[in-house]
Design a protein around this ligand. Structure first.
Ligand SMILES: O=C(O)C(=O)C[C@]1(C(=O)O)C=C[C@@H](O)C=C1
Length: 367
């Protein structure tokens, strides 16, 4: 053995011993943190009947602090993800949080739910957005996760429409980078593909790539991209467009990676529940407003936001579902409703609208 190998072996051993020591410290500190969380649960229990274990504003603050404190070499996002999981496990000790998401398993919504709540949450897939709303309303789960807008394809109308007939609140948001892959099963013949399955939104997000690589192949829209992945399992002439989770879940082989037309393709998801969330220091508010069809109505509606210098992040219009409402506007803006300038603006908007509902103030997505 050369001297060099001996010395590199020695260095490796030293470093691994150091890592073992550090892991011991981290383990002890995590246990200490978990004990604190259990005590927090006791304090919460002692203070009232309707105990809220999950605190979105506090979680956002913990994650932001983890990012601010980070000195590298891990990225801020990686550091926050680690804390995300520690906090998820601590919350599960207090009380496991129950969540419903737009399924089936393997969808991007499941990925978003895990990104937001961590892997210790109890997540249940449901077949439709309406069902997620219903299960949260019925109290079968505490929170729901539904998609609301995609950067390439725009708003998910079904989610917005559900708010018209629901008293649920928005408790949080999470954004996910969406990467689509073309995938096949063991029995698929790559040169004989005649059909590509995916969700209509995903097919739209990969339209240009499909036009240039598979111009004559039939595109079949199915209920979800996880459903597309499932179908491909038994078909020798079909492929699916879906994400990593679906490929893993159904054991498919990725034929082409990241085929979305826009590299910044991302989807925003909402966390829905019944909780009113206090300010976290960096928040957003979502509003649903109905107006009569009169000249200048939209101008009057938006004017208070300009006057109070409030930063609008999104304005969507949906046809109303009842005869009374001509237009329904969904407006998102920066800031919490408890801030004086925002509550002032809300009063003014309320005065000129035929109906107004604050869907929620919630922490801006951290991860
Ligand atoms: O601070 C609290 O209220 C806690 O319950 C502790 C804790 C945490 O682990 O930091 C856990 C769950 C909550 O959602 C927020 C934070």
């Amino acid at each position: 053995m050369t001297e060099e190998i001996v010395s590199s072996d020695r260095r490796l051993l030293e470093l691994r011993n150091r890592i073992d020591e550090i892991d011991g410290d981290i383990g002890r500190l995590i246990s200490e943190r978990a004990k604190c969380a259990l005590e927090v649960a006791e304090v919460k229990k002692a203070s009232g009947e309707d105990v809220l274990y999950y605190r979105p504003e506090r979680e956002a603050q913990v994650l932001r602090r983890a990012m601010e404190r980070n000195e590298g070499p891990l990225t801020d996002e990686e550091m926050a993800r680690l804390f995300r999981e520690i906090m998820s496990a601590c919350l599960a000790l207090e009380e496991p949080v129950k969540i419903a998401y737009l399924g089936p398993e393997g969808t991007f919504t499941q990925q978003a739910a895990l990104k937001h709540f961590g892997h210790s949450a109890q997540c249940r897939p449901l077949a439709a957005i309406d069902e997620v709303f219903r299960e949260v309303e019925a109290g079968a789960v505490s929170y729901g996760v539904v998609p609301v807008e995609n950067s390439t394809e725009g708003v998910i109308n079904h989610t917005l429409d559900n708010f018209m007939n629901s008293n649920l609140k928005i408790c949080g948001e999470v954004e996910l980078r969406i990467h689509h892959h073309l995938m096949i099963s063991d029995i698929t013949r790559p040169d004989a593909i005649t059909r590509i399955y995916s969700h209509a939104q995903s097919l739209a997000q990969c339209r240009k790539w499909l036009d240039s690589h598979y111009p004559n192949v039939e595109r079949v829209a199915v209920a979800s991209n996880a459903e597309a992945a499932k179908r491909v399992k038994g078909e020798w002439n079909a492929a699916a467009i879906a994400g990593d989770m679906a490929a893993e879940l159904y054991g498919l082989k990725v034929l082409a990676e990241k085929i979305e037309d826009r590299p910044d393709n991302s989807t925003r998801f909402l966390i829905i529940g019944t909780q009113v969330v206090p300010a976290s220091g960096d928040d957003k508010t979502s509003l649903m407003v109905s107006m009569r069809n009169e000249p200048g109505a939209l101008h009057d509606l938006l004017e208070p936001f300009r006057r109070h210098n409030i930063d609008l992040t999104r304005v969507e219009t949906r046809p109303s579902q009842s005869g009374n409402w001509t237009y329904v506007f969904f407006i998102d803006f920066k800031g919490h409703r408890d801030k004086p300038e925002i509550s002032e603006a809300l009063k003014e908007v309320g005065a000129c609208a035929s109906d107004m509902k604050v869907l929620g103030s919630y922490p801006r997505g951290v991860l």
